[in-house]
Design a protein around this ligand. Structure first.
Ligand SMILES: Cc1cc2nc3c(=O)[nH]c(=O)nc-3n(C[C@H](O)[C@H](O)[C@H](O)COP(=O)(O)OP(=O)(O)OC[C@H]3O[C@@H](n4cnc5c(N)ncnc54)[C@H](O)[C@@H]3O)c2cc1C
Length: 400
């Protein structure tokens, strides 16, 4: 019971049972119908989670959350990851979870009252608008969106895309350059822009891997045309945008990695069930074949390794803060994203043509989770950052 105790095991069992009885049975509909159509059903399930006292498990009770530690949350995150909308039903999904943490740590009392509290209660949604089509997201220092001060307001102009869940969100946290003359990492700030602000244009939901999606399950292209918002909508100090973005991503990567491990476990379970029951010849099951046995054994070892890496990183982050575990965060981000891709691919291959249908959850994940190796920093960026940090200890100082 590493990283756990009997009381917490009971809580995990409660969550497991809830998912099995309330959410897994919905999956067929969730996979075949637009999110917007399924949202009312998911909100009813969310009411049940609220009654269980488990809504927004990552937030402290003073804001209306459950107050789990990062290590506990990671383990609940794995369970929620076993089904596509587990995190949404518990109100700890990206990008809202990261925005809640951001507002709790850095927003004024007025912003907390107006945006954080209804977000934690699950009454509204939000989005995070940083990446721009014209500039490499891997190096956001190049970003062009600007916020210019006009008396006590900002006027924001810019072009963003891949703003996840913008459709139906009440506000966007927009990353914009506020002082182009400042030192590179002090040029930007994060500013809340309500989506009903004049000049906020949701151009389109992007078609991603064959799906345009809707509502929370979509990624938008957005234009900000002279959007005027009070200067008091800024989160934290002027020039703190990049620092806050880094801080936001730290726990966010733990959340993503544990969700991916949940996906791996579910895919692994499906793979093993099919291998044990799919007859390919008289008395010969798929699981008799050594190739399938190799996939099962390799997947088991990789998932176990990934989980221990992530929990160890979460534990160290909890004890010593995000800065100390920068290298570990970089390592889990690319390592677990690749384990996810491998395990999912083996599970899908094991199912043959069935694996490609939306009669089961594997194809959905295959489409949606290829992105894991790109968002929150592509593999190559994390590998380079980790290697540079290691080489520095050997006297070779390579600038990013
Ligand atoms: C599903 C999904 C959801 C997203 N949600 C959001 C969101 O809610 N809000 C938001 O602001 N953004 C979001 N993003 C955007 C995401 O953060 C960016 O896609 C990511 O930062 C990479 O930026 P880019 O796409 O511009 O790729 P680029 O920076 O143009 O990089 C292209 C490729 O070049 C390679 N590369 C880049 N840098 C290096 C390097 N230093 N060394 C070697 N190779 C390198 C990598 O292979 C990379 O994939 C989302 C993306 C996806 C796919």
């Amino acid at each position: 019971m590493l990283f756990s105790n009997p009381q917490f095991e009971d809580l995990k069992e409660q969550v497991r049972r809830f998912l099995q009885h309330e959410i897994y049975p919905l999956e067929k509909d969730l996979l075949s119908k637009p999110f917007a159509q399924m949202e009312p059903v998911l909100m009813q399930k969310r009411d049940k989670v609220r009654q269980m006292g488990l809504l927004a498990p990552h937030m402290p009770p003073k804001y209306g959350g459950t107050g789990l530690s990062l290590v506990e949350l990671a383990q609940i995150g794995e369970l929620l990851g076993t089904t596509p909308y587990g995190h949404f039903v518990f109100n700890c999904h990206a990008p809202d979870a990261g925005n809640m943490e951001l507002l709790a740590h850095h927003a004024s009392d007025e912003l907390k009252e107006k945006y954080l509290l209804p977000l934690v209660k699950g009454e509204i949604r939000s989005c995070f608008s940083m990446t721009e089509p014209e500039y490499a997201g891997s190096n956001p220092l190049q970003m062009a969106t600007k916020a210019v001060v006009d008396n006590d307001h900002y006027i924001i102009n810019g072009h963003k895309w891949f703003t996840t869940a913008a459709q139906g969100a009440q506000f966007a946290v927009v990353m914009a350059v506020t002082n182009a003359q400042a030192q590179a990492y002090n040029r930007a700030a994060m500013i809340i822009v309500p989506t009903d602000t004049e000049g906020f244009e949701l151009v389109r939901n992007l078609p991603v891997m064959g799906e345009t999606g809707s509502g929370y399950a979509s990624h938008a292209e957005i234009k900000y045309h002279n959007c005027r918002v009070p200067v008091t909508n800024r989160i934290g100090a002027d020039g703190s945008g990049f620092m806050l973005a880094q801080e936001r991503l730290g726990p966010g990567r733990i959340h993503h990695c544990m969700r991916w491990i949940g996906i791996c476990e579910r895919s692994f379970d499906l793979m093993c069930r099919y291998a044990a029951t799919r007859q390919i010849d008289q008395g010969v099951m798929l699981g008799h074949k050594q190739t399938i046995q190799n996939w099962i054994a390799e997947s088991r070892a990789e998932i176990n390794a990934a989980r221990l890496m992530v929990l160890h990183t979460a534990f160290n982050m909890q004890q010593h803060g995000a800065k100390v575990v920068r290298n570990e965060i970089a390592a889990i981000k690319f390592y677990v994203a690749n384990v996810l891709q491998q395990v999912l691919d083996r599970a899908l291959q094991t199912h043959g043509a069935l694996g490609l249908t939306d009669d089961m959850v594997l194809a959905y994940w295959y489409r949606h989770e290829r992105a894991a190796r790109i968002y929150d920093g592509p593999d190559e960026v994390h590998k380079s950052s980790l290697a540079r940090s290691i080489l520095k200890q050997y006297g070779l100082d390579i600038k990013a």
